[in-house]
Design a binder for this molecule. Structure first.
Ligand code: GAR
Length: 216
């Protein structure tokens, strides 16, 4: 039986190490999908190089050349739609997306956020965890909804916070976990094991708890 591989578009703004983990997982067939395009909003993003090294079409739509968020989002959306994706993955994409954009891709739009959501939506999550003397920190993969970093969590991974940690050290510990959990969740979406219904995440038709699958 031929299984139709899902078409994945990745949006990234920086190094693209999460994009790389997804590209590698597709190459190893641990994700039943193909990355058909990578789009950045930053011309110097290393993610572009990673895509071209993997022979994946890569484009930059520089948000600085647009008058406002809506015109940028419209251009981004047109570029995404060209690739006819089944799944759209935000992998370190550092732009707030308009409500209209998010609603258009509802259910096929995933994000990874470097905190144990609902803790620390927004920026500087590692520093905030250290400043609050948290003993654990981590990362969350979630469906994107119009509420910033507020969509339902699908899977989280925790890391310890050590006393003398810098934000950079903590960020790299978190990244190691991100590279493990993001491909798993992307594969679940490709295999239609997860779904977004009434702004809640479901796994095999069962509603997931607030901390997602494997919560303790
Ligand atoms: C990752 O840690 C990701 O969780 C975070 O940016 C980093 C990107 O790294 N995303 C956000 O902060 C989104 N709000 P990468 O470019 O090496 O994948």
């Amino acid at each position: 039986m031929t299984i139709h591989k899902k078409r994945i578009v990745i949006l990234a703004s920086g190094s693209g190490s999460n994009a790389q983990a997804i590209i590698d997982a597709c190459a190893k067939d641990t994700i039943k999908g193909t990355v058909v395009k990578l789009i950045t909003n930053v011309p110097s993003a290393y993610a572009l190089e990673r895509a071209s090294n993997a022979n994946i079409e890569a484009t930059c739509i520089d948000h600085k050349t647009f008058a406002d968020r809506d015109t940028f989002d419209a251009a981004l959306s047109a570029e995404i739609d060209h690739a006819e994706p089944d799944v759209v993955v935000l992998a370190g994409f550092m732009r707030i997306l308009s409500e209209g954009f998010v609603k258009k891709y509802l259910g096929k739009l995933l994000n990874i956020h470097p905190s144990l959501l609902p803790k620390y939506p927004g920026l500087h999550t590692h520093k905030r965890a250290i400043d609050n003397n948290d003993e654990e920190h981590g990362t969350s993969v979630h469906f994107v909804t119009p509420e910033l970093d507020g969509g339902p969590v699908i899977l989280q991974a925790k890391v310890p916070v050590f006393e003398d940690d810098t934000a950079e050290e903590l960020a790299s510990r978190v990244l190691v976990q991100e590279h493990k959990i993001y491909p798993i969740v992307v594969n679940w979406l490709c295999n239609e094991r997860i779904a977004l219904k009434n702004m809640k995440a479901y796994f095999d038709e069962m509603e997931l708890p607030e901390c997602g699958y494997a919560s303790d």
